[in-house]
Design a protein around this ligand. Structure first.
Ligand code: NAD
Length: 323
């Protein structure tokens, strides 16, 4: 196996954990990222790591970056759902058309394997639980529509041209180096830094996988033979309500006394109530299962935040958007 892999979005939250793991597994890694939400200093210093600053909307740049890489892992995306309410066109251009650029360049360059990172958001609210890969697609945001579009293009190009793609649909992921103001990093930040805690909908439930487990699934998908064309959910098959997560973070940060204020402006126009995955396919095809419990993951995340200057990526970036 020629161990050269290109990771788009590698300077982001999940991407930078994936890059670390790939380097440990002796891969030579190229990161392609426009640093719109990712950070250069999310990446470790390593002789086997190269960085290209580029935009997936630029086909020429994508094509020349992919050249001579047999393995591609595509994570670059406008990944913050609330931003897609404000910027639907940009979200479509990056998440849908940008992905099509990657797929076409992979075909032109005859890559051996492409891992396309989709999202559980394509399913919308659970119509039956747990949600397997046959669950109907009912996207509730333009973010999710763009992700679903990219998935369908990927699968169609697999059928038409044998694009060697594996489509992974991670449910929510959490852990160190979060770059977007999602619920868990925001609750940790607010508990440790704010006098009161401001929240939106505390009644929704999500299936959270610790980031180290998520990237294990991605690497398994890269290395497992005969899984091209498959769509595979990645999740724990357990669900956590936001209210309970907040209580756990308050307990772990010793901030039980802080007042919680529900703000109308933080409610989503059409929220997904529940997401919970059926992960049987990942277990069977990829021999993957999550190993970090939610409680352990939260503890590790708080420790990381305290040790790393109490700054998530969006705080360093000075992002104006908030959960
Ligand atoms: N975080 C989650 O819970 C979750 C769940 C399901 C799926 N995903 C998917 O996983 C992937 C990674 O998400 P993340 O949470 O690490 O988000 P992130 O924002 O930290 O990472 C996305 C990366 O893509 C880069 N990027 C954005 N637009 C780009 C462009 N036009 N060209 C090149 N690079 C660009 C960003 O700079 C960033 O480094 C995304 O595809 C996201 O949709 C995330």
């Amino acid at each position: 196996m020629d161990k050269k892999v290109l990771v788009t979005g590698g300077a982001g939250f999940i991407g930078s954990t994936l890059v670390r793991k790939l380097l440990k597994e002796q891969f030579e890694v190229t990161v392609f990222d426009d640093l719109s939400s990712g950070l250069r200093d999310n990446l470790p210093k390593n002789k086997k790591l190269r960085f290209i600053q580029g935009d997936v909307r630029d086909f020429k740049a994508v094509s020349s970056a992919i050249h001579k890489h047999p393995y591609i892992m595509h994570l670059a995306a406008q990944a913050f759902v609330p931003l897609s309410y404000e910027l639907p066109l940009q979200t479509a251009q990056v998440n849908a058309t940008g992905s099509l650029n990657i797929f076409k360049a992979c075909l032109d360059n005859n890559v051996n394997r492409l891992i396309h990172i989709s999202s559980s958001e394509v399913y919308g609210t659970a119509q039956n639980t747990p949600m397997n890969e046959q669950h109907p697609l009912h996207p509730h945001s333009t973010y999710a529509v763009a992700k679903a579009t990219a998935d369908m293009w990927a699968q169609t190009l697999h059928w038409e041209h044998k694009l060697p793609v594996v489509i992974l649909r991670p449910f929510n992921t959490f852990g160190p180096r979060e770059s977007l103001p999602y619920f868990i990093p925001e609750m940790i930040r607010q508990c440790l830094k704010e006098p009161t805690i401001h929240v939106g909908n505390l009644e929704t439930s999500r299936d959270f996988t610790y980031v180290e487990d998520t990237v294990e699934a991605m690497i398994a998908a890269l290395q497992t033979p005969n899984v091209e064309g498959e769509i595979i959910n990645i999740g724990t098959r357990k669900t956590w309500k936001m209210k309970d997560i907040l209580n756990l973070i308050k307990k772990e940060t010793n901030t039980q006394e802080k007042e919680v204020v529900i703000e109308e402006s933080r409610l989503r126009p059409k929220d997904v109530d529940t997401l919970i995955t059926e992960n049987r396919k990942a277990k069977k095809l990829l021999k993957w299962k999550p190993t970090t419990t939610f409680e352990e993951g939260i503890k590790k995340m708080i420790q990381w935040y305290l040790k790393n200057g109490k700054l998530w990526g969006y705080e360093k970036h000075g992002w104006p958007w908030r959960y």
